[in-house]
Design a protein around this ligand. Sequence first.
Ligand SMILES: Cc1ncc(COP(=O)(O)O)c(C=O)c1O
Length: 395
Amino acid sequence: MSSNVMPLPVVQFVQRPSIVELGWGHPDPSLLPVEMMRRATEAALSRHGSDALQYGSIPGPGPLLEWLQARIAGQESRAPGTEELMVTAGASWALDAILSVVTDPGDTILVESPTYHLALRILQDRRLRLVPAPADADGLVVEVLEERVAALRREGRRPKALYTIPTFANPTGACLAEGRRRRLIELAAAEGLLILEDDVYRDLAYDGAAPPSLWSMAPPGVVARLGSFSKCLAPGLRLGWLTAGPDLVGQITGGGLLDSCGGINHYTALVVSAVCEGGDLDRQAERLREAYRPRREALCDALRGALPEGCRFEQPGGGFFVWISLPPGVDSEKLLPRAEAEGVSFLPGTRFHIDGGGRESLRLAFTLYPEAELVRAAALLAGAIRSHMRDRRSG
Ligand SMILES: Cc1ncc(COP(=O)(O)O)c(C=O)c1O
Protein backbone atom coordinates (compact mmCIF):
# COMPACT_ATOMS: atom_id res chain seq x y z
CA MET A 1 0.00 0.00 0.00
CA SER A 2 1.37 3.45 -0.84
CA SER A 3 2.28 5.56 2.17
CA ASN A 4 -0.09 8.46 1.33
CA VAL A 5 -3.24 6.30 1.60
CA MET A 6 -5.16 7.08 4.80
CA PRO A 7 -5.68 3.95 6.93
CA LEU A 8 -9.31 2.93 7.33
CA PRO A 9 -10.73 4.01 10.71
CA VAL A 10 -10.71 1.74 13.75
CA VAL A 11 -13.28 3.61 15.84
CA GLN A 12 -16.61 5.31 15.09
CA PHE A 13 -15.69 8.81 16.16
CA VAL A 14 -12.48 10.82 15.83
CA GLN A 15 -12.24 13.98 17.92
CA ARG A 16 -11.63 17.22 15.99
CA PRO A 17 -8.59 18.75 17.69
CA SER A 18 -9.82 22.36 17.73
CA ILE A 19 -13.29 21.60 19.13
CA VAL A 20 -14.39 20.48 22.60
CA GLU A 21 -16.77 17.77 21.45
CA LEU A 22 -19.68 17.73 23.88
CA GLY A 23 -22.01 16.24 21.27
CA TRP A 24 -20.76 12.68 21.58
CA GLY A 25 -21.91 10.50 24.48
CA HIS A 26 -18.72 8.45 24.45
CA PRO A 27 -16.50 7.50 27.38
CA ASP A 28 -13.12 9.13 27.92
CA PRO A 29 -10.61 6.76 26.24
CA SER A 30 -8.22 7.23 29.17
CA LEU A 31 -10.82 5.60 31.44
CA LEU A 32 -11.33 2.49 29.31
CA PRO A 33 -9.90 -0.50 31.22
CA VAL A 34 -7.31 -1.95 28.80
CA GLU A 35 -5.23 -3.80 31.43
CA MET A 36 -8.32 -5.14 33.19
CA MET A 37 -9.54 -6.60 29.90
CA ARG A 38 -6.13 -8.12 29.18
CA ARG A 39 -6.20 -9.94 32.54
CA ALA A 40 -9.79 -11.04 32.04
CA THR A 41 -9.05 -12.39 28.55
CA GLU A 42 -6.20 -14.48 29.96
CA ALA A 43 -8.42 -15.68 32.83
CA ALA A 44 -11.29 -16.66 30.51
CA LEU A 45 -8.98 -18.64 28.21
CA SER A 46 -7.26 -20.38 31.12
CA ARG A 47 -10.58 -21.32 32.71
CA HIS A 48 -12.63 -22.26 29.65
CA GLY A 49 -9.97 -23.20 27.06
CA SER A 50 -11.55 -24.27 23.77
CA ASP A 51 -15.08 -23.85 25.20
CA ALA A 52 -14.48 -20.11 25.00
CA LEU A 53 -14.05 -20.49 21.25
CA GLN A 54 -17.02 -22.83 20.60
CA TYR A 55 -20.53 -21.80 19.62
CA GLY A 56 -21.95 -20.63 22.94
CA SER A 57 -25.00 -21.62 24.97
CA ILE A 58 -27.91 -19.71 23.38
CA PRO A 59 -29.12 -17.49 26.30
CA GLY A 60 -25.48 -16.69 27.14
CA PRO A 61 -22.74 -18.55 29.02
CA GLY A 62 -23.78 -19.93 32.43
CA PRO A 63 -21.14 -18.07 34.51
CA LEU A 64 -22.27 -14.65 33.23
CA LEU A 65 -25.99 -15.45 33.61
CA GLU A 66 -25.39 -16.66 37.19
CA TRP A 67 -23.40 -13.54 38.03
CA LEU A 68 -26.13 -11.31 36.57
CA GLN A 69 -28.83 -13.12 38.54
CA ALA A 70 -26.90 -12.70 41.79
CA ARG A 71 -26.11 -9.05 41.09
CA ILE A 72 -29.69 -8.15 40.22
CA ALA A 73 -30.90 -10.02 43.33
CA GLY A 74 -28.47 -7.94 45.42
CA GLN A 75 -29.52 -4.60 43.91
CA GLU A 76 -33.24 -4.99 43.23
CA SER A 77 -36.34 -6.43 44.85
CA ARG A 78 -36.34 -9.51 42.65
CA ALA A 79 -33.99 -11.59 40.53
CA PRO A 80 -34.81 -12.86 37.05
CA GLY A 81 -35.46 -16.56 36.69
CA THR A 82 -33.25 -18.33 34.14
CA GLU A 83 -36.00 -18.10 31.53
CA GLU A 84 -36.32 -14.33 32.09
CA LEU A 85 -32.70 -13.44 31.34
CA MET A 86 -30.39 -13.51 28.33
CA VAL A 87 -27.10 -12.02 27.22
CA THR A 88 -27.36 -9.55 24.33
CA ALA A 89 -24.98 -7.70 22.04
CA GLY A 90 -25.79 -4.49 23.95
CA ALA A 91 -28.97 -2.49 24.48
CA SER A 92 -29.18 -1.39 20.83
CA TRP A 93 -29.12 -4.99 19.60
CA ALA A 94 -31.62 -6.02 22.27
CA LEU A 95 -34.03 -3.26 21.24
CA ASP A 96 -33.85 -4.36 17.62
CA ALA A 97 -34.17 -8.04 18.57
CA ILE A 98 -37.32 -7.30 20.60
CA LEU A 99 -38.83 -5.20 17.81
CA SER A 100 -38.13 -8.04 15.37
CA VAL A 101 -40.28 -10.44 17.39
CA VAL A 102 -43.05 -8.20 18.75
CA THR A 103 -43.74 -5.71 15.93
CA ASP A 104 -44.73 -5.64 12.27
CA PRO A 105 -44.18 -2.62 9.99
CA GLY A 106 -46.96 -0.10 10.52
CA ASP A 107 -47.47 -0.97 14.20
CA THR A 108 -47.85 1.92 16.61
CA ILE A 109 -45.15 2.43 19.24
CA LEU A 110 -45.17 5.15 21.88
CA VAL A 111 -41.84 6.89 22.41
CA GLU A 112 -40.87 9.11 25.32
CA SER A 113 -39.98 12.54 23.93
CA PRO A 114 -37.25 13.72 23.94
CA THR A 115 -35.44 10.40 23.69
CA TYR A 116 -32.14 8.75 22.72
CA HIS A 117 -31.75 9.78 19.08
CA LEU A 118 -30.13 6.52 17.95
CA ALA A 119 -32.91 4.40 19.46
CA LEU A 120 -35.17 6.51 17.25
CA ARG A 121 -33.13 5.35 14.25
CA ILE A 122 -33.55 1.69 15.27
CA LEU A 123 -37.31 2.21 15.66
CA GLN A 124 -37.52 4.05 12.33
CA ASP A 125 -35.64 1.25 10.53
CA ARG A 126 -38.48 -1.10 11.49
CA ARG A 127 -41.00 1.19 9.74
CA LEU A 128 -43.17 1.64 12.82
CA ARG A 129 -45.61 4.48 13.45
CA LEU A 130 -44.00 6.40 16.29
CA VAL A 131 -46.16 8.48 18.61
CA PRO A 132 -44.35 10.88 20.97
CA ALA A 133 -45.23 10.89 24.68
CA PRO A 134 -43.90 14.04 26.39
CA ALA A 135 -41.48 14.01 29.32
CA ASP A 136 -40.61 16.77 31.80
CA ALA A 137 -38.05 17.11 34.61
CA ASP A 138 -39.72 14.13 36.38
CA GLY A 139 -39.64 11.91 33.30
CA LEU A 140 -42.52 10.70 31.19
CA VAL A 141 -45.78 12.57 31.89
CA VAL A 142 -47.96 9.55 32.52
CA GLU A 143 -51.29 11.42 32.47
CA VAL A 144 -50.54 12.65 28.95
CA LEU A 145 -49.49 9.12 27.99
CA GLU A 146 -52.86 7.85 29.23
CA GLU A 147 -54.61 10.43 27.06
CA ARG A 148 -52.53 9.42 24.04
CA VAL A 149 -53.39 5.75 24.55
CA ALA A 150 -57.10 6.60 24.85
CA ALA A 151 -56.97 8.84 21.74
CA LEU A 152 -55.24 6.08 19.76
CA ARG A 153 -57.86 3.59 20.90
CA ARG A 154 -60.61 5.90 19.60
CA GLU A 155 -58.84 5.79 16.21
CA GLY A 156 -58.80 1.98 16.41
CA ARG A 157 -55.04 1.83 17.04
CA ARG A 158 -53.54 -0.17 19.89
CA PRO A 159 -49.91 0.71 20.64
CA LYS A 160 -47.80 -2.41 21.10
CA ALA A 161 -44.99 -0.95 23.16
CA LEU A 162 -43.57 2.14 24.83
CA TYR A 163 -39.85 2.97 24.59
CA THR A 164 -38.65 4.89 27.65
CA ILE A 165 -35.45 5.67 29.59
CA PRO A 166 -36.75 6.16 33.13
CA THR A 167 -33.40 6.33 34.93
CA PHE A 168 -30.85 9.09 34.08
CA ALA A 169 -32.39 9.58 30.66
CA ASN A 170 -30.57 10.34 27.48
CA PRO A 171 -30.79 13.26 26.63
CA THR A 172 -32.30 14.96 29.72
CA GLY A 173 -30.66 13.14 32.66
CA ALA A 174 -34.13 12.99 34.27
CA CYS A 175 -35.43 10.15 36.45
CA LEU A 176 -39.06 9.08 36.35
CA ALA A 177 -40.68 9.99 39.67
CA GLU A 178 -41.74 7.13 41.98
CA GLY A 179 -45.52 7.79 41.70
CA ARG A 180 -45.27 7.98 37.93
CA ARG A 181 -43.39 4.67 37.85
CA ARG A 182 -46.31 2.96 39.62
CA ARG A 183 -48.96 4.62 37.49
CA LEU A 184 -47.08 3.76 34.28
CA ILE A 185 -46.88 0.09 35.25
CA GLU A 186 -50.60 0.00 36.07
CA LEU A 187 -51.43 1.58 32.73
CA ALA A 188 -49.17 -0.80 30.80
CA ALA A 189 -50.55 -3.86 32.60
CA ALA A 190 -54.16 -2.74 31.97
CA GLU A 191 -53.56 -1.89 28.29
CA GLY A 192 -51.31 -4.85 27.39
CA LEU A 193 -48.59 -2.33 26.52
CA LEU A 194 -45.05 -3.71 26.61
CA ILE A 195 -42.69 -1.26 28.32
CA LEU A 196 -39.23 -1.22 26.73
CA GLU A 197 -37.16 0.09 29.63
CA ASP A 198 -33.75 1.26 28.45
CA ASP A 199 -31.71 1.08 31.64
CA VAL A 200 -28.09 1.53 30.57
CA TYR A 201 -27.14 4.32 33.03
CA ARG A 202 -28.30 2.64 36.28
CA ASP A 203 -24.75 2.10 37.62
CA LEU A 204 -23.70 5.69 36.98
CA ALA A 205 -25.66 7.28 39.86
CA TYR A 206 -23.71 10.14 41.44
CA ASP A 207 -25.92 11.11 44.40
CA GLY A 208 -26.92 7.78 45.97
CA ALA A 209 -28.64 4.72 44.60
CA ALA A 210 -30.62 4.79 41.36
CA PRO A 211 -34.42 4.40 41.66
CA PRO A 212 -35.82 0.86 41.35
CA SER A 213 -36.19 -0.33 37.78
CA LEU A 214 -39.67 -0.56 36.25
CA TRP A 215 -38.83 -4.21 35.57
CA SER A 216 -38.36 -4.93 39.28
CA MET A 217 -41.63 -3.16 40.21
CA ALA A 218 -43.88 -4.68 37.54
CA PRO A 219 -45.59 -8.06 37.27
CA PRO A 220 -43.61 -10.44 35.02
CA GLY A 221 -44.07 -9.82 31.30
CA VAL A 222 -45.01 -6.12 31.52
CA VAL A 223 -41.47 -4.74 31.16
CA ALA A 224 -38.53 -5.71 28.98
CA ARG A 225 -35.46 -4.08 30.51
CA LEU A 226 -32.30 -3.48 28.49
CA GLY A 227 -28.99 -3.54 30.38
CA SER A 228 -25.53 -2.85 28.96
CA PHE A 229 -21.83 -3.23 29.71
CA SER A 230 -21.14 -0.27 27.39
CA LYS A 231 -21.38 2.44 30.02
CA CYS A 232 -19.55 0.83 32.96
CA LEU A 233 -17.02 -1.25 31.07
CA ALA A 234 -16.58 -0.56 27.35
CA PRO A 235 -18.87 0.04 24.37
CA GLY A 236 -16.57 -1.86 21.98
CA LEU A 237 -17.45 -5.11 23.77
CA ARG A 238 -20.97 -5.04 22.29
CA LEU A 239 -22.39 -6.82 25.29
CA GLY A 240 -25.44 -6.37 27.50
CA TRP A 241 -28.37 -8.29 28.91
CA LEU A 242 -32.12 -8.42 28.80
CA THR A 243 -34.56 -9.13 31.65
CA ALA A 244 -38.07 -9.72 30.33
CA GLY A 245 -40.99 -12.12 30.43
CA PRO A 246 -40.20 -15.76 29.58
CA ASP A 247 -42.31 -15.57 26.40
CA LEU A 248 -40.34 -12.68 24.97
CA VAL A 249 -36.94 -14.08 25.98
CA GLY A 250 -38.03 -17.45 24.55
CA GLN A 251 -39.05 -15.87 21.24
CA ILE A 252 -35.60 -14.33 20.84
CA THR A 253 -33.60 -17.34 22.07
CA GLY A 254 -35.82 -19.68 20.01
CA GLY A 255 -35.26 -17.78 16.76
CA GLY A 256 -33.19 -18.94 13.82
CA LEU A 257 -30.49 -16.31 14.32
CA LEU A 258 -29.33 -17.61 17.69
CA ASP A 259 -29.89 -21.23 16.62
CA SER A 260 -27.39 -20.59 13.86
CA CYS A 261 -24.85 -18.41 15.69
CA GLY A 262 -25.19 -19.75 19.24
CA GLY A 263 -25.14 -17.38 22.22
CA ILE A 264 -24.39 -13.86 21.04
CA ASN A 265 -20.78 -12.67 21.47
CA HIS A 266 -19.94 -15.82 23.46
CA TYR A 267 -16.19 -15.24 23.77
CA THR A 268 -16.67 -11.64 24.88
CA ALA A 269 -19.34 -12.77 27.36
CA LEU A 270 -16.85 -15.17 28.99
CA VAL A 271 -14.20 -12.47 29.20
CA VAL A 272 -16.73 -10.06 30.76
CA SER A 273 -17.79 -12.81 33.13
CA ALA A 274 -14.17 -12.98 34.36
CA VAL A 275 -14.22 -9.19 34.89
CA CYS A 276 -17.46 -9.44 36.85
CA GLU A 277 -16.63 -12.45 39.04
CA GLY A 278 -13.34 -11.01 40.25
CA GLY A 279 -15.05 -7.77 41.38
CA ASP A 280 -13.37 -5.70 38.66
CA LEU A 281 -16.69 -4.55 37.17
CA ASP A 282 -17.78 -3.01 40.47
CA ARG A 283 -14.35 -1.41 40.89
CA GLN A 284 -14.53 0.01 37.36
CA ALA A 285 -18.06 1.36 37.93
CA GLU A 286 -16.85 3.07 41.11
CA ARG A 287 -13.84 4.50 39.26
CA LEU A 288 -16.13 5.92 36.58
CA ARG A 289 -18.50 7.44 39.14
CA GLU A 290 -15.50 9.04 40.85
CA ALA A 291 -14.30 10.43 37.52
CA TYR A 292 -17.66 11.57 36.11
CA ARG A 293 -19.17 13.09 39.30
CA PRO A 294 -16.68 16.01 39.43
CA ARG A 295 -17.00 16.45 35.66
CA ARG A 296 -20.76 16.79 36.00
CA GLU A 297 -20.25 19.30 38.81
CA ALA A 298 -17.59 21.29 36.98
CA LEU A 299 -19.74 21.58 33.86
CA CYS A 300 -22.92 22.47 35.76
CA ASP A 301 -21.17 25.03 38.00
CA ALA A 302 -19.53 26.65 34.98
CA LEU A 303 -22.81 26.72 33.04
CA ARG A 304 -24.61 28.26 36.02
CA GLY A 305 -22.04 31.05 36.13
CA ALA A 306 -21.74 31.63 32.39
CA LEU A 307 -25.03 31.02 30.56
CA PRO A 308 -27.10 34.07 29.64
CA GLU A 309 -30.43 34.73 31.31
CA GLY A 310 -33.25 32.61 29.94
CA CYS A 311 -31.17 29.39 29.73
CA ARG A 312 -32.30 26.63 32.07
CA PHE A 313 -31.00 23.18 33.04
CA GLU A 314 -31.19 20.68 35.90
CA GLN A 315 -28.03 19.06 37.25
CA PRO A 316 -28.54 15.34 36.47
CA GLY A 317 -28.27 12.76 39.26
CA GLY A 318 -26.50 10.29 36.98
CA GLY A 319 -25.67 9.30 33.43
CA PHE A 320 -23.71 11.24 30.81
CA PHE A 321 -25.74 14.32 29.88
CA VAL A 322 -26.89 17.86 30.68
CA TRP A 323 -29.94 19.13 28.77
CA ILE A 324 -30.19 22.88 28.29
CA SER A 325 -33.34 24.85 27.43
CA LEU A 326 -32.38 27.96 25.50
CA PRO A 327 -34.04 31.38 25.66
CA PRO A 328 -37.16 31.70 23.46
CA GLY A 329 -36.30 32.05 19.77
CA VAL A 330 -32.74 30.65 20.06
CA ASP A 331 -32.59 27.78 17.57
CA SER A 332 -29.93 25.21 18.49
CA GLU A 333 -29.54 24.06 14.85
CA LYS A 334 -28.57 27.62 13.89
CA LEU A 335 -26.43 28.02 17.01
CA LEU A 336 -24.32 24.91 16.28
CA PRO A 337 -22.12 26.26 13.42
CA ARG A 338 -21.36 29.36 15.45
CA ALA A 339 -20.52 27.32 18.56
CA GLU A 340 -18.25 25.02 16.53
CA ALA A 341 -16.49 28.03 15.01
CA GLU A 342 -15.81 29.18 18.57
CA GLY A 343 -14.53 25.72 19.59
CA VAL A 344 -17.38 23.79 21.25
CA SER A 345 -19.87 21.29 19.88
CA PHE A 346 -23.19 19.84 21.12
CA LEU A 347 -26.21 18.00 19.76
CA PRO A 348 -29.25 20.16 18.91
CA GLY A 349 -32.49 19.21 20.66
CA THR A 350 -34.26 18.39 17.37
CA ARG A 351 -32.22 15.15 17.11
CA PHE A 352 -34.07 13.77 20.13
CA HIS A 353 -37.59 14.41 18.88
CA ILE A 354 -39.69 12.58 16.30
CA ASP A 355 -41.75 15.61 15.37
CA GLY A 356 -39.19 18.37 14.77
CA GLY A 357 -39.62 19.68 18.34
CA GLY A 358 -36.75 20.61 20.65
CA ARG A 359 -35.32 23.50 18.58
CA GLU A 360 -34.77 25.60 21.69
CA SER A 361 -32.75 22.96 23.52
CA LEU A 362 -29.43 21.13 23.29
CA ARG A 363 -27.55 18.21 24.86
CA LEU A 364 -24.06 18.26 26.32
CA ALA A 365 -22.10 15.13 27.36
CA PHE A 366 -19.66 15.57 30.25
CA THR A 367 -17.87 12.21 30.01
CA LEU A 368 -15.23 12.74 27.36
CA TYR A 369 -13.17 15.57 28.88
CA PRO A 370 -11.58 16.45 32.22
CA GLU A 371 -12.98 19.30 34.32
CA ALA A 372 -10.80 22.14 32.98
CA GLU A 373 -11.88 21.48 29.39
CA LEU A 374 -15.54 21.34 30.45
CA VAL A 375 -15.23 24.69 32.20
CA ARG A 376 -13.64 26.17 29.07
CA ALA A 377 -16.37 24.63 26.91
CA ALA A 378 -19.12 26.15 29.09
CA ALA A 379 -17.62 29.62 28.59
CA LEU A 380 -17.32 29.06 24.82
CA LEU A 381 -20.92 27.87 24.61
CA ALA A 382 -22.21 30.79 26.67
CA GLY A 383 -20.25 33.18 24.43
CA ALA A 384 -21.72 31.58 21.29
CA ILE A 385 -25.28 31.83 22.66
CA ARG A 386 -24.74 35.49 23.56
CA SER A 387 -23.36 36.44 20.14
CA HIS A 388 -26.14 34.47 18.43
CA MET A 389 -28.73 36.37 20.47
CA ARG A 390 -27.04 39.70 19.68
CA ASP A 391 -27.04 38.94 15.96
CA ARG A 392 -30.73 37.99 16.05
CA ARG A 393 -31.60 41.26 17.80
CA SER A 394 -29.56 43.38 15.39
CA GLY A 395 -30.58 41.34 12.29
C1 LIG B 1 -30.22 5.38 26.41
C2 LIG B 1 -29.21 4.58 25.68
N1 LIG B 1 -29.51 3.33 25.32
C3 LIG B 1 -28.63 2.55 24.66
C4 LIG B 1 -27.37 3.04 24.32
C5 LIG B 1 -26.44 2.14 23.58
O1 LIG B 1 -26.20 1.00 24.37
P1 LIG B 1 -25.36 -0.20 23.80
O2 LIG B 1 -23.97 0.28 23.57
O3 LIG B 1 -25.46 -1.23 24.87
O4 LIG B 1 -26.00 -0.64 22.53
C6 LIG B 1 -27.02 4.34 24.68
C7 LIG B 1 -25.70 4.88 24.33
O5 LIG B 1 -25.49 6.06 24.23
C8 LIG B 1 -27.97 5.13 25.36
O6 LIG B 1 -27.69 6.38 25.71
